[in-house]
Design a protein around this ligand. Structure first.
Ligand code: IPE
Ligand code: IPE
Ligand code: MG
Length: 247
């Protein structure tokens, strides 16, 4: 029995989020420059998208560049930005064929103009696809997302467009970058680090967490399948007792 056969088709998560980590360490261990680790990592993204297609996962969010990553050396940042543009050029037709809709979350204004333009093009080109939504977190951080929502709401209250008593969870969530997207049920992080690193802080409130030592460029479909199986064996209690869940 292969790993994939152990997956319960009736318990597939709707939304999986991935912190793609370990590109630099992969490069180092292969005697290569960091950028080649990022290039190799781009191939793993394709594998993750394929698994989502196979299993019927409707949303995949990947952490591609954090607010904090702006503090990396200039050469690495520009290498990553170029990689983003060349990956879109290379993969957009295939993404369209697979009926994948691209969405970007994050502080887009901070990205270089050519990257923004390319992203807009990809978003526009894939907007009618509905098999899978591929959300790329770019210049993103969970704290930025929450703060941004607070600012938008504060402005509306100030302009007398809403009352403080109207601010409920539903409304708050509609002001986050992930508006309209269900919360991830499963978060995967590669490379052995066990932290959230300012990813979807609000949205991950009840996600199941799966950590693997595999470095992102070595990510395989089997690792993804294993994460799904792990998730399916968790008891998601949402504060209730085990007895309440099983009865
Ligand atoms: C993840 O790999 C990719 C980005 C953060 C852009 P890293 O570049 O963080 O790889 P390590 O953690 O240095 O190995
Ligand atoms: C998190 O990875 C961000 C992305 C994967 C894009 P980092 O490698 O930047 O995280 P820390 O700084 O080690 O926590
Ligand atoms: Mg890292």
């Amino acid at each position: 029995m292969s790993v994939k056969d152990k997956i319960d088709k009736l318990k597939i998560p709707q939304h999986v989020a991935i912190i793609m980590d370990g590109n630099g360490r992969w490069a180092k261990s292969h005697g290569k420059i960091r950028l080649s680790g990022h290039q190799e990592g781009a191939k793993s993204v394709k594998k993750a998208l394929e698994v989502c297609g196979e299993l019927g996962i409707k949303y995949l969010t990947v952490y591609a560049f954090s607010t904090e990553n702006w503090n990396r050396p200039k050469t690495e940042i520009s290498g990553l930005m170029n990689l983003l543009v060349s990956s879109i050029d290379k993969e957009l037709d295939e993404i369209n064929k697979l009926e994948i809709k691209i969405k970007i979350i994050g502080e887009i204004d901070k990205l270089p103009g050519n990257v923004r333009k390319k992203l807009q093009f990809a978003i526009e080109k894939t907007k009618n696809n509905s098999k899978l939504t591929f959300i790329v977190a770019l210049s993103y951080s969970g704290r930025w997302d929450i703060l941004n929502a607070v600012k938008k709401i504060a402005q509306k209250v100030k302009d007398n467009k809403m009352n403080v008593s109207d601010i409920d969870y539903n409304y708050f969530e509609s002001q986050l970058a992930t508006t309209g997207i269900p919360d991830p049920e499963l978060l995967i992080r590669t490379s052995g680090e066990e932290r959230i690193s300012n990813f979807l802080l609000y949205q991950l409130a009840y996600a199941e967490l799966f950590f693997t030592d595999v470095l992102w460029p070595d990510f395989s479909k089997e690792v993804f399948y294993q994460a799904i199986i792990d998730y399916q064996n968790r008891e998601r209690r949402f504060g209730k007792t085990s007895e309440q869940i099983t009865n």
